[in-house]
Write a protein that binds this ligand. Structure first.
Ligand code: SF4
Length: 420
């Protein structure tokens, strides 16, 4: 049975119809869409999407069209709590519900407290506005020079390419602009042209971060076009892409897509990762394809209360990322976005996580812990204080086991202000 027939209504059209590239050698769809499917996910899709072929399931455009986007679809799959149900009913505006069937297959169907479900299904906490929260805590609107270009740091810009994501995270920093109700933001040549014109004259910009929304929701040809235009600007030394798709829609990383990206080096990718449950066979495939295409992969993780704010879990996550060829890059405190107090924890928790990593496991596993300062202050790095004090020419340092060691530092003054 096809999906539209199963649900009794027509599916939305694909977000962006993409013309297949002419290819001398036409591959059969089955081979083209080959992708691993883990056992739990297979059981899930047989139960909730009966009649869906593996080729359909592995087709990222099918996953986009079949996203869970309404109360009816959520209730068909999840046993919703009263709190979740009323929050979904009450919600208006941007940041709608959106979950790919693949990502839903990793979530707890019965338990509202299950970590991945908590990050994607609304709850009443979203309607509570707490101290210090606002819609644009990082002051991005203030630093927007032309639509889509946030230019805050001297040599780099943030390029917001789209307002569409494959899944909508309930703590999103750009909750104000993603998944707008009037129709998800579509590719607009005129907007991108304005952004490119800005970059053309701003020759001080050497680093462009493509973000959104999720840039990987854009079709191959359009993204190829944008990357080619950016590459034509000689002062832009490298491009980064910020995305969650390799974790929530790994099927998006087709071999052709990875091959296309390979043309645009140096190209880096920052993957938004939340929890060890995300590290599946499918994700091993998506990150391997990207790494094999020569793209350095780094992770960004937000510390979220009751989701991943546990030092042991974070050690497990960071070690798992390295196995998936992703270097743990940033650990962030959650930005004070309106209605996110139920996700935020204290800075001590982040420092405890770093303490649990540093020295206890490979240095490659330890991300940089940062706060993106409100009102456009930028990223501020935090680290546990390892300087205990000073004894004459010796600096006293605490190691990962809490033992104090002396480092000869004649003439130095660091640590002198601390009482031993
Ligand atoms: S994928 Fe990124 S941009 Fe999209 S909702 Fe999640 S955090 Fe926001």
């Amino acid at each position: 049975m096809s999906l539209p027939a199963l649900r009794g209504h027509a599916l939305k059209p694909p977000l962006q119809p993409v013309q297949p590239k002419p290819s001398a050698e036409k591959k059969p769809a089955r081979v083209f869409l080959r992708f691993p499917v883990n056992a739990d996910t297979k059981a899930f899709y047989r139960r909730f999407f009966p009649g869906t072929s593996t080729a359909e399931w592995n087709d990222w455009r099918w996953q986009m069209r079949a996203r869970i986007r309404s109360l009816g679809e959520l209730s068909r799959i999840f046993k919703l709590s009263e709190d979740e149900r009323s929050a979904v009913e009450r919600h208006q505006g941007p940041l709608p519900v959106g979950i790919t069937p693949y990502y839903a297959s990793l979530m707890g169907l019965e338990d509202p407290a299950e970590p991945l479900r908590r990050t994607h299904v609304m709850s009443s906490g979203e309607f509570v506005v707490s101290y210090g929260e606002n819609d644009d805590p990082l002051g991005e609107d203030h630093d927007t020079k032309v639509p889509g270009i946030v230019h805050r740091y001297p040599d780099r810009v943030l390029f917001l390419t789209t307002g569409t994501c494959s899944t909508y995270c309930r703590y999103c920093t750009r909750a104000r602009v993603v998944g707008n109700p009037g129709g998800e933001y579509q590719f607009s040549t005129s907007q991108w042209e304005k952004a490119l014109a800005y970059l053309e004259v701003h020759t001080e910009v050497r680093d462009v971060l493509l973000s959104g929304g999720d840039p990987l929701t854009i079709g191959d040809d359009k993204l190829d076009w944008l990357l080619t235009r950016l590459r034509a600007l000689k002062h832009i030394e490298f491009i980064r892409i910020g995305t969650k798709i390799p974790l929530v829609l790994p099927q998006r990383i087709t071999k052709d897509f990875a091959k296309m990206l390979k043309k645009h080096h140096p190209l880096f990718m920052s993957l938004h990762v939340t929890h060890p449950k995300e590290l599946t066979e499918e994700v091993m495939e998506s990150t391997s394809r990207l790494a094999d295409a020569g793209i350095p992969l780094g992770s960004q993780t937000v510390v979220l209360k009751g989701v991943n704010d546990d030092p042991a879990l974070m050690v497990h996550l960071m070690q798992g990322l390295l196995r998936h060829r992703v270097k743990p890059y940033y650990l962030f405190m959650c930005d004070p976005i309106r209605g996110t107090a139920h996700f935020r924890t204290n800075v001590e928790k982040g420092l405890q996580i770093i303490e649990a990593l540093r020295g206890h496991t490979s240095g490659y596993c330890t991300p940089v812990f940062s706060i993106d300062a409100p009102d456009g202050g930028g990223k501020i790095q935090l680290a546990p204080d390892c300087i205990v004090g000073r004894d004459g020419d010796d600096l006293l340092l605490r190691n990962f086991e809490g033992k104090v060691y002396r480092y000869p530092d004649p003439g130095g003054s660091v640590g002198a202000e601390k009482k031993i």
